[in-house]
Design a protein around this ligand. Structure first.
Ligand code: SF4
Ligand code: SF4
Ligand code: FES
Length: 239
């Protein structure tokens, strides 16, 4: 197992070959913004929020999809990256219907946290105001597609950890949407085990427990690391 040495934000870090730049940075205490990445699930490279600058590569690279290499010089924080991330988050706000003041995840939302950390106080592009559905057919949970950022964490946890593969996407471009099973309502999706893992990994208020009011929906991510550690090391350790 070879170990690579690289520099991230001027700090010497190491990572086992095959580790992503995101993973090596995380281990070194350097946090790179992300939405689609979540430790324990496969990488998707969908949100492009984790883009970083790497010497001798003219294009920005997604840290979650780029493997560490010997001698790599990475920057995770620059004016160019800040401008890029700011625009992505503004586009996400504009393409959905994010009305934080009446959202179950207000105050506990990764999209909102990103906007705050990037200093976003208004959106410079036109709001699309799409007409998206709310599915409240499940007895315990609900899906509000108006707040979905298509990170597909729910799909991956349902498929890779729960083994149910209830969630998928249908459509393209502006008509892209999350579907349960073959497109029926969530409550009638036979594959769903009602485990709630998708609800816990959703970064926004798109998936939530019924009965949650404004600001009440908090997510518990610890379960995922617990299961992943148990599978990898055959040990049921709670950290
Ligand atoms: S999901 Fe987050 S960003 Fe969207 S409305 Fe809710 S709190 Fe706001
Ligand atoms: S419902 Fe949540 S977890 Fe699933 S794709 Fe949308 S934002 Fe991501
Ligand atoms: S976190 Fe890397 S592309 Fe989304």
């Amino acid at each position: 197992m070879s170990v690579k040495t690289l520099t991230i934000d001027g700090k010497m870090v190491t990572g086992v070959a095959g580790t992503s730049v995101f993973g090596a940075a995380w281990e070194a205490g350097i946090q790179i913004p992300r939405l689609c990445h979540i430790g324990g699930l496969s990488e998707l490279g969908a949100c492009r929020l984790c883009l970083v600058e790497i010497d001798e590569r003219p294009r920005l690279q997604p840290a979650c999809m780029t493997e560490v290499e010997e001698g790599m010089v990475v920057r995770t924080d620059s004016a160019r990256l800040h401008a890029h991330r700011k625009l992505i988050v503004e586009l996400l706000f504009a393409e959905g219907n994010h009305v934080c003041a009446v959202c179950v995840s207000n105050g506990h939302c990764e999209l909102q946290d990103l906007a705050t950390s990037l200093g976003i106080d208004h959106v410079r592009v036109s709001y699309q105001h799409p007409r998206r559905q709310v599915d409240a057919s499940h007895p315990r949970f609900a899906l509000d597609l108006n707040r979905c950022v298509f990170c597909r964490r729910c799909m991956r946890v349902c498929d890779e950890v729960e083994g149910a593969h209830t969630w998928d996407v249908a459509g393209r471009g502006a008509s892209l949407r999350l579907i349960a099973d073959l497109g029926q309502s969530w409550g009638s999706a036979e594959s769903c085990t009602s485990c709630g893992k998708c609800v816990q990994v959703c970064p926004t208020g798109a998936l939530f427990a019924k009965g949650s009011s404004v600001g009440e929906m908090t997510k518990n991510r610890a379960f995922l690391q617990y299961i992943v550690t148990a599978r990898a090391q055959h040990q049921w350790i709670r950290k």
